[in-house]
Design a protein around this ligand. Structure first.
Ligand code: PDD
Length: 289
C-alpha cells in the first residue's frame, strides 16, 4: 500500500501526471526512514532534515509533523513487513513546463514502504570494496534532492567495478559516498568530515558520532585529505539502509590488513545495541502505543 496525494492505494494504481515537476525537472526532495519492528527510527530527526531540504528548495511543508506521524503510522500498518524501508517524496507539483516556480500549485506527496533488507552478516565479516571518484555534484548536497543523476552515475561506477560504494573526493578532501557518509580510522581515532553544503547530514552519521561520544571512543570531526583516506587504518560507510559497513579496499588496494577492523566491530555492535534498545523501549519516533 502506498500513499499519493491524500489517498492510500496499491502501487499499481498510483500514477503521476507527466507534467509533474518531479518528472520534468527533478524538482523535489525525499527522505528514507528505516522502520524496525514497526517503529520508525529517529523519526524526529528525519522530519527535521525533510524540513531543511524543503527550506533549501523553497517549498512549503505540505504537512505538520503530527500529520506526518499519522500518515507514516498508516503506511507502516498497511505493509506486511515488521522492518520496513520507508520512502517519502515531495515535488513542487504539476504545472505547465517553465523553470520558474508555478503559482497556486499543490505539491505532490508520495510515500511507499518496502521490506528493509539490512546488509547480510557475511558482508560485515568480509568487508566490501569501494572505489573513489571526483565529486562532481552541485554545491547543495545537504539538500536531499530527488534529482540524483550525479549520484546515480557515481554509484554505477562502483557497480561496474564490482565495488559496493563510490567514495567522493572534492578539491583533495573526502566529502561522502554516492549514497552514504564515510568515516575513517587513523591511529585508533575515528574521523569524519564536518557537515557542510558538500554532504548530506546523515542520520546514521549522527548516531555513530553520538555513540562514539557516549562510549568515549576517540573521535574528531574535521576535514580529511585524500591522502589520509588512502592511508587510513579503516574506512566505514554509514546509511539508513546499510547501517555501518566496513570498507576493506579502495580502488583495488587493501585498507589496513584488508579485513574489517576493531573500530568497525565496536561501532557495529554499539549500533545494533542502540537499534535494539529503541525497538524495546520506544523512542521519540514511537507513533502510538
Ligand atoms: N541515502 N549521503 C548520501 C548522498 C545519501 O544518499 C545517504 C543516504 C547518506 C546517509 O544518510 P542517512 O544516514 O540519513 O541514511 C549520505 C539513502 C539511504 C538513499 O538515498 O536511499
Amino acid at each position: 500500500m502506498i500513499y499519493l496525494n491524500g489517498k492510500f492505494m496499491p502501487i499499481e494504481e498510483a500514477y503521476v501526471p507527466v507534467l509533474d515537476r518531479g518528472f520534468i525537472f527533478g524538482d523535489g526532495v525525499y527522505e528514507v526512514i528505516p522502520v524496525y519492528s514497526r517503529k520508525p527510527f529517529r523519526l524526529k530527526e528525519h522530519l527535521a532534515r525533510l524540513q531543511h531540504s524543503l527550506n533549501g528548495i523553497r517549498l512549503n511543508n505540505p504537512h505538520t509533523n503530527e500529520q506526518w506521524h499519522t500518515l507514516i503510522g498508516q503506511i507502516i500498518a498497511g505493509n506486511a513487513a515488521d522492518d520496513q524501508y520507508l520512502y517519502l517524496h515531495i515535488t513542487r507539483g504539476v504545472a505547465k513546463r517553465d523553470h520558474a516556480f508555478p503559482a497556486g500549485v499543490s505539491p505532490t506527496v508520495f510515500m511507499m514502504s518496502n521490506p528493509l533488507l539490512v546488509p547480510p552478516q557475511e558482508l560485515l565479516l568480509t568487508g566490501v570494496p569501494a572505489i573513489t571518484a571526483s565529486d562532481n555534484r552541485w554545491g547543495r548536497c545537504d539538500i536531499k534532492a530527488i534529482s540524483l543523476l550525479p549520484n546515480v552515475l557515481l554509484r554505477q561506477l562502483a557497480i561496474d567495478a564490482g565495488a559496493m560504494e563510490t567514495i567522493l573526493v572534492r578539491d583533495g578532501f573526502l566529502t561522502e559516498g554516492a549514497a552514504s557518509n564515510i568515516f575513517i580510522v587513523k591511529n585508533n581515532v575515528l574521523l569524519t568530515p564536518p557537515k557542510s553544503h558538500l554532504m548530506l547530514p546523515g542520520i546514521t552519521y549522527d548516531v555513530v558520532l553520538e555513540l562514539a561520544q557516549a562510549h568515549a571512543i576517540p573521535h574528531e570531526v574535521r576535514e580529511i585529505a585524500e591522502g589520509e583516506l588512502r592511508t587510513a587504518d579503516e574506512v566505514l560507510l554509514t546509511s539508513s539502509t546499510r547501517e555501518v559497513m566496513p570498507i576493506v579496499s579502495l580502488d583495488g588496494k587493501a585498507i589496513g590488513d584488508g579485513k574489517p577492523g576493531a573500530m568497525f566491530k565496536q561501532l557495529n555492535q554499539l549500533y545494533q545495541q542502540y537499534k535494539a534498545s529503541t525497538m524495546r523501549a520506544g523512542n521519540s519516533a514511537v507513533l502510538s502505543e
